[in-house]
Design a binder for this molecule. Structure first.
Ligand code: PGA
Length: 249
C-alpha cells in the first residue's frame, strides 16, 4: 500500500557507541508521524539498534545483502540472516553499491528475488548519472534500471517493493533535484510501472526521492503528488535534521 516513508541511510558511519548515542538523540525527537520512519545502521549495529529502539515505531533496516541463501561467500550477509534478527526491510541497488561494488541490474534482480523469497521488503534504488541527465537520457536509463531488475516479477511482488529514485549527481553533493525534476521523474516511474503492471499496482507503490534532502527542502519535495517520501543520507546522521525531514509530512 502506498505510504509515506522517511528512511535514514547511515552508510558506513557510526560505530557502536555512536549508534547508541544517535539513537538516544532520535528518541528525544521522536513523535507520532504520518510517515513510516526507518534507519539503516551498519550490519554490526543492527542488533543494538533493535534493542535501543524497542517499543518505538522506528524500523531498523539493512543497507545491503547477498543474493545466495548461504554458502562460501566470505564477508557477506544473507536475507535469512537479516530476517533472523528481525530485519524486515533491505535497501538494494544503492548507487554506491552499483559504483564501488559493481552491482549490475542482473545481480540486483537476483538480490531482489532472494529478499522477496525471505519475505523482506525491498527499497530498490536507481537513478541516472549527471552525464545521462545532461544528454537527456535520464528517463531511458531509469526505465532500463527498473525493467532489468524488477520486470521479471509478478504484479503481487510489488506489495513488497518501495522504489527510491536517487539521481547520482544529487547524492552527497548538496545539489538536489528540483521538486519539479523529482515530480517529473516520479510520474515517469509510475507511468512505466502502470504500462507493465496496470494503474492499480503503479498507484499503490511508494516512490521515495533521495539526494541531498535536508530540512530546508524536504517540505517542497514531499509536497509533490508522486513523491511519497525520502531516502536520506547525510541529514540522517543528525537527529534534529532527520526529524525535521520526517515532520515535513
Ligand atoms: P544524501 O544521500 O542525502 O547524503 O545525498 C542520499 C542517499 O545516498 O541515499
Amino acid at each position: 500500500m502506498r505510504k509515506h516513508i522517511v528512511a535514514g541511510n547511515w552508510k558506513m558511519n557510526n560505530d557502536l557507541a555512536q549508534t547508541k548515542s544517535l539513537i538516544s538523540e532520535l528518541k528525544k525527537q521522536h513523535q507520532t508521524s504520518n510517515a513510516e520512519v526507518m534507519i539503516a545502521p551498519s550490519f554490526t549495529n543492527l542488533m543494538s539498534a533493535f534493542e535501543a529502539l524497542k517499543g518505538l515505531e522506528i524500523q531498523v533496516i539493512a543497507q545491503n545483502m547477498h543474493f545466495a541463501e548461504s554458502g562460501a561467500y566470505t564477508g557477506e550477509v544473507s536475507a535469512d540472516m537479516l530476517k533472523s534478527i528481525g530485519v524486515q526491510t533491505v535497501i538494494l541497488g544503492h548507487s554506491e553499491r552499483r559504483a564501488y561494488f559493481n552491482e549490475t541490474d542482473e545481480l540486483l534482480a537476483k538480490k531482489v528475488d532472494s529478499a522477496l523469497k525471505s519475505k523482506l521488503r525491498v527499497i530498490f534504488c536507481f537513478g541516472e548519472e549527471l552525464k545521462d541527465r545532461k544528454a537527456g537520457n535520464h528517463e531511458t536509463i531509469v526505465e532500463s534500471q527498473i525493467k532489468n531488475a524488477l520486470f521479471h516479477l509478478k504484479a503481487n511482488a510489488f506489495e513488497s517493493i518501495v522504489m527510491a529514485y536517487e539521481p547520482v549527481w544529487a547524492i552527497g553533493t548538496g545539489e538536489t533535484a528540483s521538486p519539479e525534476q523529482a515530480q517529473e521523474m516520479h510520474a515517469f516511474i509510475r507511468k512505466t510501472l502502470a504500462n507493465e503492471y496496470g494503474k492499480e499496482v503503479a498507484d499503490s507503490i511508494s516512490i521515495l526521492y533521495g539526494g541531498s534532502v535536508k530540512p530546508s527542502n524536504a517540505k517542497e519535495i514531499f509536497s509533490k503528488p508522486d513523491v511519497d517520501g525520502g531516502l536520506i543520507g547525510g541529514a540522517a546522521l543528525n537527529a534534529e535534521d532527520f526529524y525535521a525531514i520526517v515532520n515535513a509530512f
